[in-house]
Design a protein around this ligand. Structure first.
Ligand SMILES: [Zn+2]
Length: 190
């Protein structure tokens, strides 16, 4: 049985047995909060439990490193939709210790891509077309740097309300302990 077959077989019984009942909710987040966090698999269940977040409470965005890498990229687009269409009134960027993006450089990823059969010609064609791999595939040195960078990018965005609180936190992927790096309430006071 493939993984996909397993998922589909499980899903058929999930729906048949009405196991979705406890998850019923609507589209607006009860806590009016949007969380941007990392795709790390240790956080899949740990983060919602550690933050007391249940189905329907928040919008959650995930990517590698909880990073906003571009002011007009897909993460910021989702944040803007969240704020203006889905009643989001606070944002929390939640990075974590021991992140896979720490110390990431494009050379490592591109070497692996070549080991998987992507040709050097393809890479140089993309570079010549203006793709800045070094910037695009860059990580951070410390989780805190990534959180500060993302919080800054959101807080200074020209299309977001200046008084929108943007918090920065770091979660332990082992214990779920949160460390507050930036309180958005303090920042909007200034
Ligand atoms: Zn991570």
């Amino acid at each position: 049985m493939t993984l996909l077959d397993e998922i589909l077989a499980f899903n058929a019984s999930f729906v048949r047995d009405r196991q979705y009942e406890p998850f019923k909710t609507d589209t607006l987040p009860n806590k009016k909060l949007l969380i941007l966090t990392c795709m790390d698999s240790r956080l899949v269940e740990l983060l919602p439990h550690a933050m007391n977040v249940r189905n329907g409470d928040v919008k959650i965005l995930k990517n590698a490193g909880a990073l906003v890498t571009h002011p007009f990229g897909s993460v910021m687009r989702s944040i803007i939709v969240g704020v203006y269409k889905l009643n989001v009134q606070e944002i929390a960027v939640v990075g974590h210790h021991d992140c896979g993006v720490t110390g990431l450089h494009s050379a490592e990823i591109l070497d692996k891509a070549m080991a998987h059969g992507i040709s050097e010609v393809t890479l140089s064609t993309l570079k010549n077309a203006g793709i800045d791999f070094e910037n695009w595939l860059r990580g951070f040195d410390r989780a805190e740097d990534g959180v500060r960078q993302s919080v800054d990018m959101i807080r200074r965005h020209p299309l977001l309300p200046p008084r929108l609180p943007v918090h920065g936190l770091i979660i332990s992927p082992a214990t779920g302990k949160l460390d507050l790096i930036i309180s958005g309430y303090e920042t909007v006071k200034k």
